[in-house]
Design a binder for this molecule. Structure first.
Ligand SMILES: [Zn+2]
Ligand SMILES: [Zn+2]
Ligand SMILES: [Zn+2]
Ligand SMILES: [Zn+2]
Length: 229
């Protein structure tokens, strides 16, 4: 798969920026400021502390999102959000690792300190602060690993969701290895060798058979296990 400079789209103004430039843009996006001003005055909302997070595929950093998450929400909610937007195929296990401590999806069911893992039912402001990094894994078998960074925090007159997408990468264009058109399928076997990307016309020519193919989706879990987006 060819490496390309990864651009993304701002949720508010639909402007295109690189992953790095996006943090700066989001601070000054006039559309965002206008949207938030509207929400704040209409509802006379209370001030809420929110974190600005960047999450990306550890091995596939061209897949990324800028998120804003309420400090009072939990790792479990963030896990649910990541599954819904990017990852969920068959209800695999998942865990965050923050400052050397693992927070796992099913920890604390019987014994809180079992395996040294803690429960994900912990507030974000107990584990996150600006500058903090964390890793996350979904599925301990065919693992998709993510990296998270806390960019900043701020007080907002907020309403809306506990977690909001501020910006997201534009889908990278990957070409069919047979004919060179944009690929729409990927072989769930060959992807481990960086191969098996195919357009809609070419799957019949693939040696593993069409049943091994998964759709190409805008996610760091593309082509893994049974993930179809
Ligand atoms: Zn914008
Ligand atoms: Zn699966
Ligand atoms: Zn093709
Ligand atoms: Zn194959």
């Amino acid at each position: 798969m060819a490496r390309q400079t990864s651009k993304g789209t701002c949720t508010f103004c639909h402007g295109e920026f690189s992953k790095q430039a996006m943090s700066r843009h989001l601070e000054t996006c006039q559309q965002r400021i206008a949207t938030e001003a509207k929400g704040g005055s209409r509802l006379k909302a209370q001030q809420t502390r929110k974190f600005h997070l960047v999450v990306e595929g550890r091995d596939l950093p061209m897949y990324w999102m800028h998120l804003e998450a309420a400090a009072s929400t939990t790792l479990a909610t963030l896990d649910r959000f990541l599954r819904d937007t990017w990852l969920e195929c068959c209800g695999h296990l998942s865990a965050f690792e923050i400052g050397g401590i693992r927070y796992a999806i099913d920890a604390g069911m019987d014994n809180e300190w079992d395996m040294g893992e803690k429960s994900m039912r912990v507030r974000l402001d107990k584990v996150f602060s600006p500058g903090q990094s964390s890793s996350y894994e979904y599925d301990y078998g065919t693992t998709t690993e993510l990296r998270l960074r806390v960019i900043s925090d701020r007080e907002v007159a907020a309403k809306g969701n506990a977690i909001q997408v501020l910006a997201r990468n534009i889908p990278p264009v990957i070409l069919c290895e047979i004919c060179g058109k944009p690929a729409t399928n990927v072989c769930s076997q060959c992807i481990f060798d960086g191969k098996g990307w195919l357009c809609d016309d070419c799957p019949g020519d693939h040696e593993c058979g069409e049943e091994m193919l998964l759709p190409v989706v805008n996610s760091p879990r593309v082509g893994m296990c049974a993930y179809t987006g």
